[in-house]
Design a protein around this ligand. Structure first.
Ligand SMILES: [Zn+2]
Length: 398
């Protein structure tokens, strides 16, 4: 009946995809810069790279400009409204036909929903703009660090070479040292990824991970607001909270109960004439990050229409809940392996762009693909080759 965690994940997915693509594109570009001029004496190389930083940052900003933020935001917000009202809207309409609610104009012309969309659109756009400038800072730091790393690693590897051998042999060894220094540095750079957000605890979030967390949280939040606002469009302020097993302590006491979104308390009759007490939604943990409808909360409201609705009698059975969890867990697992594949491919491409043909990187891609094959075989899920591409959004456009 209500929007599920799986629905939310699906709606939020393109944002994670976009930032994953963007990060990979930037990492590959950085690797290309590192690989250029590497045959020059190391101090000459270092000087050239430091001079190139501003060009690199400009190219990074251009890469960022190439992504369809507004199209994705509009699409996600519209989907959230459609998905969360799929069964709510007919129920409200029925309530209006039964004379228990006032008649509302259609969804597309709802002023409150259009306002909500406008606000959310601005919030998403602002968050992405902040992420982008944080990423530019991140690239700056990470590229400077990479330059230093290549020099340090090269010097370590060649430190005692002057003592030895004839020129030709030494040149070969220096060439090898260069390749190793560049390979190790690029690997480390990809491993560390590009941060797009630093939280209060000082933890750096990769663009991909932050886009995932932010968009899931906000799609869920949007879904809740959509139901509450649409309910109010029909002149109703009563909602009930769904029930599920394993609810968090700040949610558990409110499951299956009726609340008023306009701050009233009182009693209301259900379809059988049975009376139920309700309290203001603001009297719950609503609004706290770990509270009802907060971050990672799996609960959703649905309208409670006087004399039409009934209380959700029972939560999902243990088996149903287990099945839901299994599906969700498996989709998360598949996403994780897809990320591993993309990372391995990014490494392979990045090294190639830096002029290095690395067998280990190729093998890593094959290993991760084999891991996916056995996961798919084990679970019977559908493999998503599109999500295993390094740059997915742009591939789709071709
Ligand atoms: Zn909850």
């Amino acid at each position: 009946m209500i929007i599920t965690k799986e629905d939310i994940l699906k709606i939020a997915e393109p944002f994670e995809q976009m930032y994953g693509d963007m990060s990979n594109e930037i990492l590959i570009l950085m690797a290309e810069f590192i690989g250029q001029d590497i045959d020059e004496p190391i101090d000459v190389w270092q000087e050239k790279k430091i001079k190139q930083i501003q060009i690199l940052l400009k190219m990074v900003r251009n890469i960022q400009k190439g992504y369809p933020y507004l199209r994705l935001i509009n699409h996600a917000l519209n989907e959230t409204v459609d998905e969360s009202l799929k069964e709510v809207e007919p129920a409200l309409k029925k309530g209006a036909e039964a004379g228990m609610l006032s008649v509302a104009s259609d969804v597309a012309s709802s002023l409150s929903l259009n306002d909500l969309k406008k606000i959310k659109k601005q919030e998403f756009a602002k968050t992405f703009a902040n992420m982008n400038s944080e990423m530019v800072n991140g690239v700056n730091q990470s590229f400077n660090k990479a330059i230093t790393n290549v020099v340090v690693k090269y010097n370590q590897k060649t430190g005692r070479m002057y003592e030895i051998l004839d020129d030709a042999v030494r040149k070969t060894l220096e060439g090898q040292a260069r390749q190793e220094a560049v390979t190790e540095t690029i690997r480390q750079m990809i491993e560390e990824n590009i941060p797009a957000f630093v939280d209060k605890a000082g933890r750096k979030w990769s663009a991909e991970a932050y886009a995932n967390m932010y968009s899931r949280t906000n799609v869920h939040n949007m879904a809740i607001e959509t139901v509450n606002k649409r309910n109010e469009d029909y002149g109703n302020d009563l909602i009930q909270v769904d029930k599920h097993a394993g609810a968090r302590p700040l949610c558990a006491p409110y499951q299956g109960k009726i609340f008023s979104t306009s701050g009233r308390s009182g009693t209301v009759e259900d379809a059988f004439g049975k009376k139920h007490r309700f309290k203001p939604l603001s009297s719950t943990s609503y609004g706290e990050p770990a509270g009802l409808f907060g971050i990672n909360c799996g609960h959703n409201p649905s309208p409670f229409i006087p004399k039409v609705s009934n209380l959700v009698a029972k939560p999902l059975t243990k088996e149903e809940k287990k099945e839901n969890d299994r599906i969700y867990q498996e989709s998360q697992q598949q996403r994780a392996i897809e990320r591993e594949i993309r990372k391995a491919k990014t490494e392979e491409i990045a090294l190639k762009k830096a002029g290095i043909d690395d067998e280990k990187a190729k093998q890593k891609v094959k290993d991760k693909q084999a891991k996916m094959r056995s996961f798919i075989k084990e679970t019977g899920r559908t493999r998503r080759y599109d999500r295993e591409q390094v740059i997915q959004l742009k591939e789709e456009k071709k």
